[in-house]
Design a binder for this molecule. Sequence first.
Ligand SMILES: Cc1cc2nc3c(=O)[nH]c(=O)nc-3n(C[C@H](O)[C@H](O)[C@H](O)COP(=O)(O)OP(=O)(O)OC[C@H]3O[C@@H](n4cnc5c(N)ncnc54)[C@H](O)[C@@H]3O)c2cc1C
Length: 309
Amino acid sequence: MEAFYEELCKLITEEESVLREEPMKNHTTFRVGGPAEYFVTVSETETLQAVIKLCNRAKMPWFVLGNGSNLLVSDAGVKGVVLRLSGEFAECEIKENIQNGTADAVAGGGMLLSAFAMKLAKKGFSGFEFAAGIPGSVGGAVMMNAGAYGGEIKDCITKAEVVTEDGECRIFSAEELQLSYRHSILSEQKGVVTKAWFSFPIGSKLYILSNIELLNRQRREKQPLEYPSAGSTFKRPEGNFAGKLIMEAGLAGKQIGGAAVSEKHCGFVINKENATAADIYALMQYVIETVEANSGIRLEPEVKLLGEF
Ligand SMILES: Cc1cc2nc3c(=O)[nH]c(=O)nc-3n(C[C@H](O)[C@H](O)[C@H](O)COP(=O)(O)OP(=O)(O)OC[C@H]3O[C@@H](n4cnc5c(N)ncnc54)[C@H](O)[C@@H]3O)c2cc1C
């Protein structure tokens, strides 16, 4: 283990870092999760590739973290390396295309969606307002094909750069990313989205900014943003809504330990009172079983699990 740590440290530049036993509760919106054995912040593609190659040689598991907004990390923590993207990965570039009235934008995988959406809005490019209130990163959003209010990543992405499981850098076209409801090729094939390219039409700056404000207000009114959560805990079942099924099963407010089904929006499991990951997981299982007994529909988690449950 010490030899691995030493090798890892040799790959890291001055702007980057390696932490040991870093509490994951500091990096997830559920505010739960035990320590990551190695928590590595990388800011260049070359380092990322080298770290992945080292992990593969050492048979050390690795995981890429975005903003931790769709993750439930076990109380026992995570074995191996958790990678976080910063530096060049948290930047974007937006170019106007006067001839055809569009903008071509490229954003790093570690950039926050809210920051990218505001940069686009301030330049008057429309079509990304839906993402302004999603608390994830560009890479996490591509991986999940994040969406809201009738928009999704699939509508505006043109291609993405991915460091694959074997540490090689490859461009995936929008088609190759196989984006569908909360799914991409990266759900089956491990990889790190390091950059994504998008195309947006030119719109009215004032309209776009007020649209963002409106959507964010709707979120504050309808979602329990006052509690830590990972957003919608379950995927939307075909032709139905998870929140509606959970409410009909009489589970609004149901609590296990410190975890609760939000009464404001039953689709959200919240960390109400110092919940553990085990409380949240137990409540998710209870909701799945109870909803199935009540409606015959088996809910599927949208939240990703990391570590042992
Ligand atoms: C209050 C709240 C509201 C939300 N509302 C919405 C919503 O309206 N619509 C919606 O779709 N989601 C919503 N979410 C869920 C979440 O924000 C999205 O799923 C988001 O896309 C996750 O991004 P992340 O960067 O936080 O990923 P993480 O939670 O860190 O990771 C999620 C998955 O993505 C992978 N991943 C992360 N970064 C990368 C990368 N660079 N390359 C490859 N894989 C990567 C991880 O390995 C993991 O498998 C909400 C969450 C919260 C807390």
